[in-house]
Ligand binder design. Structure first.
Ligand code: BGC
Length: 451
C-alpha cells in the first residue's frame, strides 16, 4: 500500500507572500508591511505591496488549482486584514475576501486548509509588545473565534501557527525577519510560551464555534538523516531530532515546540538546560496548551546527514564539495521526508501532513514561451518516493502540500527565489504553469502510483 485513496494532495501559499492589496479595503498594517519598507531589510528593497496581486486575481488562481486537480488548498488569513488593530473592530471587507475565496474553492471541490498565523502579525499589536504581551494569547483566540464564526460553516481544517521556529527564531532570536529586533533568551522563551498558549486557546475557541473542526499545527524542522540504515546511525539521528543541544540553542528544537502541544509538557532535557531563563508557567498553562490535535503538520525542506559517534551521539557528516543545492542555497536530502515523518510519528502518533515541501530555482520563460523546471520535478519526485516508502511502512501520512502553488514574495529574499509550480511574471501578473505543474497534475491523477 502506498498513499491511501483519500490521501490529500494539495498546494500551499500564505497571505503576505501572495495577496498584495496591502493598503486596500480597510486592511491594517502587519509587521511585514512596515519591515519590508525599511531600507536594507529585504533583498533589493522588495516588498509585498502587490506581490502576486492574488487579492484581485484569486478567481483565476483557484481556477488554475482546479485544473491542477488538487484536493486541498492550504492558505493563510492575514490577521490585520480582518482585524486591522488586531483586536476589536472587524473589517467586513477583509472577511468578505476570505469568504469569497473559500466559496471559490468549494465551487471546484477544493477543500480549504486554513492557517491562522503565517507571520503577518498586526503592527498595532506589535506596538503593544506583540508576543511578549501576556494578552497576546487572548487576542489570538479572539481572532480565531472570529474566523471560525464567519468561515466555520465551510472551513473545517485549521492550523494555528506556521513555523513558530521561524517567526520566533529568525525574527526575535536572530533578528533577520520582521520586526527585526533581537531579544534575550528569557524574552524569546516567554514569547514561545505565549505562542503555545495562543495555540491552545485558539483551538478551544474554534471548537467552541465549529463542532466538527479538525485542528492541527504546522511547525518546521531540518531532519537529521542517518547516512546508513544501521540501527546505531538511525538511533543517533532520532535522538538528534528531539534532543536539546547542550548549548541551549532551543529555537529550532523539535521537542521544545511540539512536546508541550502534543504531549502536554516541555521536554525534560531542555528544561534542565534552560531552567534559569524559563518563563513562569501558570498552573493551568500546560492544560491549555495541550488541546486534542486532529493532525500534526510539519514543513520539511531539508535534512542534515548524521552518523553515530563513539558515544552513540550524532555527528554531523559534512556535505561533499559540489553536492546539490537549490537556488536558495539549501542542500538537498531526498530522504528527509522519510526520516522526518517516521521519527515524528513514532513520537507523536498523530496523522501527519507534510504542510510544506518544495524547491526554489531560478526559473524563467524559455524561448518557446514555457517554463521548463526539470530539477523541481526531480526534487519533488524523489522526495515523494521517500514519503511513499514511509507510508508503505505504516507511517500514517494523511496528505502533502507542495510549496508553493505559485512564485511569491520569499520574505527577506524578496522575489529572488521562485518556489512555485506556477510562474508569476511580476510585471504583467501573468501566470504560466511550469512543467512541474503538469507533472504534479499527473501524479495526483494517479495518486502517486507512478512515482
Ligand atoms: C515558509 C514559507 C517560505 C518557505 C520557503 C517556509 O519557511 O513557511 O513561507 O516561503 O519556507 O522559504
Amino acid at each position: 500500500m502506498g498513499f491511501s485513496n483519500d490521501f490529500v494532495w494539495g498546494v500551499a501559499t500564505s497571505s503576505y507572500q501572495i495577496e498584495g492589496a496591502a493598503f486596500e479595503d480597510g486592511k491594517g498594517l502587519s509587521i511585514w508591511d512596515t519591515y519590508s519598507h525599511e531600507p536594507g531589510k529585504v533583498f533589493e528593497g522588495h516588498h509585498g505591496d502587490v506581490a502576486c496581486d492574488h487579492y484581485h486575481r484569486y478567481k483565476e488562481d483557484i481556477r488554475l488549482m482546479a485544473e491542477l486537480g488538487v484536493k486541498a488548498y492550504r492558505f493563510s488569513v492575514s490577521w490585520p486584514r480582518v482585524l486591522p488593530e488586531g483586536t476589536g473592530a472587524v473589517n467586513e471587507k477583509g472577511i468578505a475576501f476570505y469568504s469569497d475565496l473559500v466559496d471559490e474553492m468549494l465551487k471546484y471541490g477544493i477543500t480549504p486548509y486554513l492557517t491562522l498565523y503565517h507571520w503577518d502579525m498586526p503592527y498595532e499589536l506589535y506596538k503593544r509588545g506583540g508576543w511578549l504581551n501576556p494578552d497576546m494569547p487572548r487576542w489570538f483566540a479572539e481572532y480565531a473565534a472570529l474566523i471560525a464564526e464567519r468561515l466555520g460553516d465551510r472551513v473545517k481544517n485549521y492550523m494555528t501557527f506556521n513555523e513558530p521556529q521561524v517567526f520566533i527564531g529568525l525574527a526575535f532570536v536572530d533578528g533577520v525577519h520582521a520586526p527585526g529586533h533581537r531579544y534575550t533568551r528569557q524574552e524569546t522563551l516567554l514569547m514561545a510560551h505565549h505562542v503555545m498558549l495562543a495555540h491552545g486557546l485558539a483551538a478551544q475557541a474554534i471548537r467552541g464555534k465549529v463542532a466538527d473542526a479538525r485542528i492541527g499545527y504546522a511547525p518546521t524542522s531540518n531532519v537529521p538523516v542517518p547516512v546508513t540504515m544501521e540501527e546505531r546511525d538511525v538511533e543517533a539521528a532520532r535522538r538528534a531530532y528531539f534532543e536539546m543541544p547542550e548549548n541551549g540553542d532551543w529555537s529550532w528544537n523539535t521537542a521544545w515546540w511540539s512536546d508541550p502541544i502534543v504531549l502536554g509538557h516541555y521536554p525534560e532535557d531542555g528544561v534542565k538546560i534552560l531552567e534559569k531563563d524559563m518563563p513562569k508557567i501558570g498552573q493551568d498553562d500546560m492544560k491549555i496548551i495541550h488541546q486534542p490535535l486532529d493532525f500534526y503538520g510539519q514543513n520539511i525542506y531539508r535534512g542534515e546527514p548524521v552518523r553515530a559517534g563513539e558515544d552513540g551521539k550524532a555527528i554531523h557528516v559534512p556535505y561533499p564539495e559540489g553536492s546539490p543545492k537549490t537556488a536558495i542555497g539549501w542542500h538537498v536530502n531526498f530522504d528527509c521526508l522519510y526520516w522526518g515523518t517516521r521519527f515524528l510519528y513514532e513520537r507523536y502518533q498523530k496523522p501527519i501532513f507534510i504542510t510544506e515541501n518544495g524547491m526554489s530555482s531560478h526559473d524563467w520563460v524559455h524561448l518557446d514561451g514555457k517554463v521548463h523546471d526539470p530539477q523541481r520535478i526531480d526534487y519533488l519526485q524523489r522526495h515523494l518516493q521517500w514519503l511513499k516508502k514511509a507510508a508503505e511502512e505504516g507511517v500514517d501520512i494523511a496528505g502533502y502540500f507542495q510549496w508553493s502553488f505559485m512564485d511569491n514574495f520569499e520574505w527577506a529574499r524578496g522575489y529572488h527565489d521562485r518556489f512555485g509550480i506556477v510562474y508569476v511574471d511580476y510585471q504583467t501578473q501573468e501566470r504560466i504553469p511550469k512543467d512541474s505543474f503538469y507533472w504534479y497534475q499527473q501524479l495526483i491523477r494517479e495518486n502517486g502510483e507512478n512515482l
